[in-house]
Design a protein around this ligand. Structure first.
Ligand SMILES: *Cc1c(COP(=O)(O)O)cnc(C)c1O
Length: 234
């Protein structure tokens, strides 16, 4: 089932790319495996998946210890500062940098480990009260400050769009973040590369791709529905 779903999602990604004359190679599919058992992740791996997303530090670390070493683990959930140290060695990209204090903590811990960590800044484009992330109007200033941290490398932006019935409702959200992403890229800020735009989930990844996403995070569409526990906190 997992491999069939994975293949279907890939085909939908390709079709979305074709509609807007984009090369499907520009879009990374991250299989969001939170709450799902190792056996299902292994199935996805056997189906060719190499990028996995988790939203809880402990779960990400445990799974990364049990699965093949060539998997790229993405931390996509809200990250508590006291868990930064633990997650750093296990993840290639932290999508959910949502405050300067968190960035400072990652900088400190990455320095201790002698590594540079790739990060995305999470942007709360729709300014939903319930969500983490910088508001758009504060994101440039955050980028400029974080760019000065020697052990962090800003690779781009991430957003979690609102939960909507019709994915078209999120098109303006994706469009807005894409425009900002292109703008920031043109500024050529030292130590910042705008090369990853992480947006789109099971319900809206095709619209996100049409609007410029370079990475989509798909859970339910690959692994099936989840129980409600473990949805947001890291
Ligand atoms: C759970 C989650 C996803 C995947 O959601 P689906 O709707 O199951 O595809 C994507 N991004 C983040 C940040 C998540 O927490």
């Amino acid at each position: 089932m997992v491999q069939k779903n994975l293949e279907e999602v890939r085909q939908r990604i390709e079709a979305a790319c074709r509609r807007v004359q984009r090369d499907p190679k520009e879009v990374t599919l991250v299989a969001v495996s939170k709450t799902k058992p190792i056996s299902m992740l292994q199935e996805a791996y056997d189906g060719g998946a190499r990028d996995f997303g988790e939203n809880k530090v402990q779960e990400l670390c445990e799974k990364s210890n049990l699965l093949p070493g060539d998997i790229r683990w993405h931390m996509i959930g809200h990250l508590q500062r006291n868990k930064v140290k633990q997650v750093l060695p296990h993840t290639v990209l932290i999508h959910s940098v949502d405050s300067l204090r968190l960035a400072e903590q990652i900088e400190t811990e990455a320095a201790k480990l002698g590594m540079t960590k790739d990060i995305l800044l999470e942007v709360n484009v729709a300014e939903e009260e319930s969500k983490y992330g910088f508001h758009l109007d504060e994101t440039q200033s955050a980028i400029e400050k974080i760019a000065a941290f020697p052990h962090l490398k800003i690779k781009g932006l991430m957003t979690i769009a609102p939960f909507v019935e019709n994915p078209e409702e999120n098109r303006p959200v994706f469009k807005k973040l894409y425009e900002f992403y292109v703008d920031m890229g043109r500024k050529n800020i030292d130590n910042v590369s705008m090369s990853v735009l992480s947006m789109g989930m099971t319900g809206d990844f095709e619209v996100a791709i049409e609007e410029g996403a370079t990475l989509v995070r798909v859970g339910t569409g690959i692994f099936g529905t989840r129980y409600k526990i473990g949805e947001s906190e890291g």
